[in-house]
Design a protein around this ligand. Structure first.
Ligand SMILES: *Cc1c(COP(=O)(O)O)cnc(C)c1O
Length: 413
């Protein structure tokens, strides 16, 4: 089928929750191809999911071998892949005595995290969770309530109770949101959907101290930042702190659906039989895919590559930003989770880049989010930078005209 035929079929039979324009049919490494055979550099990685690139041979073999052996048995029985994967994640988390619960998506992982915090707090009558404005935690009823963005919540009232909101990177506002019923604070190391905003080190260390003083939990949503995306296994590892528990999903299966909750000692044995469950979570197939992902990240030293290539991409983007000071205000991010921050809407730039063969994501209105795979090469970044530079040059007149602040200079606003 060509793109028009696919679009027609989709329009007729799929709920219009998304509005895509390109049909992708094949991928290899950092490249993907559309139905007409056009190649794109994938700097969106299915929203921080395909961290080791498309169709990595290790991943293909792991899935093929497991499909031929055993796909699913439910959690009524042991399956050796699950504890093997949990051991890896427990060790990589650095949390002493950490244990894991597997599920299938980011929202589901956060649901588990929320239930874990509530069950922990229930003996003292604590249940409320403080989350951050501009955060993103998912689309189920509890997680969209945890998400501090009105646009995600509109139309879905009545929302579950038990959440309150504070400002990210503003310790005082978190302190003000905590009261006698508060069980936990939930935060991202870097707000991805919120506009690629890294947490300030003082905020993160202050949060840990505050939660300890108040006797409440500090929880991290690592769904987007986790599994090497920021150059560490988990985003919180950029700060000298440990959370009590965290969620993960996106990059864990490189596109094979799998999520999970990792809990340190204090929370590792709170869930007992009957408290929480899943039919699909942690199938032999999903765990085999995830084990392959972790092995590739380790063997190919992709954490180091992420930091190196991230710095290289930021440097190139800064050069481009300097040429377009009238409408680009800076570059920010961690590892290979990078935002080019504009003074104008980012959608026209995302569209122009798509035409030129680079996939990116316009986020939070004015941020162009760039998320290449963690094994991206310098040549691929050079190619993307060349095309981003061209796209910016072509849009310069139109964008500068719209910019509310056309004389401003300086970086990293
Ligand atoms: C994507 C995302 C989620 C939701 O994950 P789904 O798999 O789409 O349910 C939750 N939290 C963060 C930080 C995310 O980026």
């Amino acid at each position: 089928m060509n793109t028009n035929e696919i679009a027609e079929l989709q329009k007729k039979y799929l709920m219009p929750t998304y509005a895509p324009t390109v049909a992708l049919v094949e991928g290899a490494g950092t490249s993907v191809w559309d139905a007409e055979g056009n190649e794109y550099l994938d700097f969106s990685t299915g929203v921080a999911v395909t961290n080791i690139g498309h169709c990595h041979p290790k991943m293909i073999h792991a899935i093929q071998d497991q499909v031929e052996t055993l796909v699913h048995v439910s959690n009524l029985y042991f399956n050796e892949k699950q504890p093997l994967l949990a051991k890896q994640l427990s060790e990589k988390s650095g949390l002493p005595g950490a244990k894991v619960f597997f599920c299938n998506s980011g929202a589901e992982a956060n649901e588990g995290l929320i239930k874990l915090a509530r069950l922990w707090g229930s003996k003292e009558g604590k249940y409320e969770i403080v989350t951050m404005r501009q955060s993103f935690h998912g689309r189920t009823l509890a997680t969209l309530t945890a998400t501090g963005q009105e646009k995600v919540q509109t139309g879905f009232a009545p929302l579950p109770t038990g959440f309150s909101y504070a400002n990210f990177n503003d310790l005082k506002s978190v302190e003000e949101a905590i009261h006698s019923k508060t069980a936990a604070v939930l935060v991202e190391a870097l707000q991805g959907e919120g506009g690629v905003i890294p947490g300030d080190p003082e905020f993160m260390t202050g949060l840990r101290k505050l939660c300890d003083e108040k006797g409440i939990l500090l929880l991290f949503d690592e769904v987007q930042c986790g599994i090497g995306r920021t150059g560490k296994w988990f985003g919180f590892q950029h700060y000298p702190i440990e959370p009590d528990a965290f969620s993960m999903a996106k990059g864990l299966g490189n596109g094979f659906p799998i999520g999970g909750v990792v809990a340190g000692e204090k929370l590792a044995d709170i869930f007992q039989p009957g408290n929480h469950a899943t039919t699909f979570g942690g199938t032999p197939l999903a765990c085999s895919a995830a084990l392959a992902v972790l092995e590739v990240i380790e063997e190919e030293e992709l954490l180091a590559n992420t930091l190196m290539m991230g710095a290289y991409l930021v440097e190139g983007l800064c050069e481009i930003a300097m040429k377009h000071k009238k409408w680009i205000s800076g570059v920010r991010g961690l590892g290979l989770l990078i935002g080019l921050v504009l003074d104008v809407p980012a959608l026209p730039l995302q569209k122009k880049l798509l035409e030129k063969g680079v996939l990116s994501i316009a986020t939070a209105g004015n941020v162009l989010r760039l998320l290449p795979p963690l094994n991206v090469s310098q040549e691929e970044i050079d190619q993307a930078l060349k095309l981003i530079g061209e796209a910016c040059a072509e849009l310069h007149g139109e964008m500068a005209e719209q910019s509310p602040n056309p004389c401003k200079c300086g970086m990293g606003k």
